[in-house]
Design a protein around this ligand. Sequence first.
Ligand code: F6P
Length: 751
Amino acid sequence: MQNRLLNLSLRFVLPLALVLGLFAYAVIPFVDDLTVRWSVRDLDVRSQSLANALQEPLGEYLQAQEERRVLQLFDRAVQDERLYALGFCDPSGRLQYHTANYPATLGCRSGSGGSGGKNQSLVHLGRGPVHVAESPVEHNGAYLGRLILVHDMGFIERRSADTRNYVIALFVLLAVVISLITVFVAHLSWRGWVSSVKRMLRGQSGQHTATPTPPEVQPIESDLRTLLNELNMERRSRDDATHMWSPEKLRALLHEQLAGDEVLVVSNREPYMHVRNRNGIQVQRPASGLVTAVEPVMRACSGTWIAHGSGSADREVVDRNDRVPVPPEKPSYTLRRVWLSKEEEQGYYYGFANEGLWPLCHIAHVRPVFRSSDWAQYEAVNQRFADAVIKEARTDDPVVLVQDYHFALLPRMVREVLPKATIITFWHIPWPNPESFGICPWREEILEGLLGSTILGFHTQFHCKNFLETVDRYLEARIEHEANTISYGGKLSQVEDYPISIAWPDGTEKWPSVAECRASVREEHGMPPDHLLAIGVDRLDYTKGIIERFQAVERMLEMHPNMVGRFTMIQIAAPTRSSLDEYQNFEARVRALVQRINSRFGSSNYQPIILKAEHHGSDQVNRYFRAAEACVVTSLHDGMNLVAKEFVAARDDDRGVLILSQFTGAARELHEALIVNPYHVEQSAEMLYRAVTMPEAEQCERMRSMRTLVKDFNIYRWAGRMLLDASRLRQRERIMSKIRSHSRTSLRRVV
Ligand code: F6P
């Protein structure tokens, strides 16, 4: 505060005093001159009135030659303190009468000439300036001589000095008052500025707070915020640049930035399923983008992954706390299984999550179904998983990574018990626009649940924007669109886009070569070595555009008959959510379409489409990726789609073409893919043809560029960026709570 005042004095008050001083210096001579002129005019008038008053008696006495009475008259007149002396000059210019102190050097001054003139002047005598006025004296029409009135001017100097002092005092007073007002106003507006800027830095706007932004801050408010965002972006991209993201970097980040804090992951799908079959218990990796992405992160971070134990032999391998160390071949983290009853699984997973939220969030023209009984199970299961998180947490501020639409309510439930936890929720599927989301009967509860998160992540900025707009529509929350923050119930949530990715494969030298993969796959399916292959790998889900893809194959064979017998589409389709009618119907439609196309274009030794509707392990999938000319991803709507990135990672020969739906998050990153609208059959058919006939040089150019991107923008970057943001928020939270407790202590001391 003292410094600020000193600063203010130096910058404003001193220059002001200087200007006022100079001004006073210029004004004082003028004021002096004015004072003298006013005083002289005053004396002129006085002299004239006095001469008029003396005219009558003086004329009489002079005519009667009564010298004594003339002198008495003069002596009485000079009783006036300002009239210094009087004299009378006869018509010949002789000083006939005068008072005792009449200056001898003055004699009979004649300025008027003639009998009727009046004259005034300033005369400098040894004692200083005097005012001399002359006035003719007449009596009964006869001119008798001149009366000379001498006024002392000492009082004028005194008056001048007084006026000068008043002027100086006035300027000093003015300077003091202006300075005080300035300091006061500056102090007030400084406080306003500081609190506005602080609010901005905290990511709140005047629009949404009780204290409005002062008008002088408003013009720069958005600039400041933009600047802040740019700084954040710059810092984030600097972080990106300095971290070539790898498991080691992620581990180091956890130790440096999060001081080794514990990491807990919650998801519905478990990363490893223990399944009993004829050969005993086997471990399976589920077909799940989520698992593909998060598992390498957990290997790097250790910690605990809490998930639904859905494998038929899952219970047989856990300890008494339902924990099992994974990965089985080299355990590095703990899988904690949560058991669900058939009813719970039906209501929470199949019902609310997959018949309600899944079609709600995907634009695939399948109507969502919402049932109260499903909602009740969804709430109950979220609570059960939240309890598991709370139980597993060894500290009161763990980092909890909540995965996907199965757990929209869990962040808030955990937050209520562990207020210091850093909860990062990632929504793996698209977020719809507010109108579409508004269909959900429990929309407010879902939004409130998610806003228990510290960070809420989506694949794309577009989904973030949809989410912010949805909250804006249905909750009374403070939203900062530039900063992407939502303040609800006193809690701040950051909404960010973190495009998910895959772990860049290592140990690729152990992979069978591309030539081997090509040969073995073709041989296995009775195809000649130069047979053209496209590969599709999806869960058998209506959002994946599998029907549209097959229609494109059919259309291509119509448009390019030379491809009949030369081209095959192999579709790996892992069964999923098969107990739901929608999925059963979908599978039936897919099978029927394949059959129709195959019977139309196929023969005894040729099938244009080979449908492999069963689960395939990652090595098997990799072999197909490496064997194919093209990979086809035609999702009708997809948060990201990791199959596209896995295909790119598999092609270390820099060959192969990716056909990618414009409605996937991946299309925003993989620009060198052949981007298609899956609803446009002819366009997709043409792209398919172009892909399988693309010259090698073009394939190479496109593939290299995509490989560089996927390699750099890998899953460790996805997790690393979220954890870095989380660590910054944690640090900020720690500082804030220190400040809060410090100010509480100070307050108690004062009280
Ligand atoms: O795409 C959303 C998602 O949860 C993915 O994360 C995952 O790949 C897929 O759905 C798995 O679905 P499910 O677990 O129902 O088989």
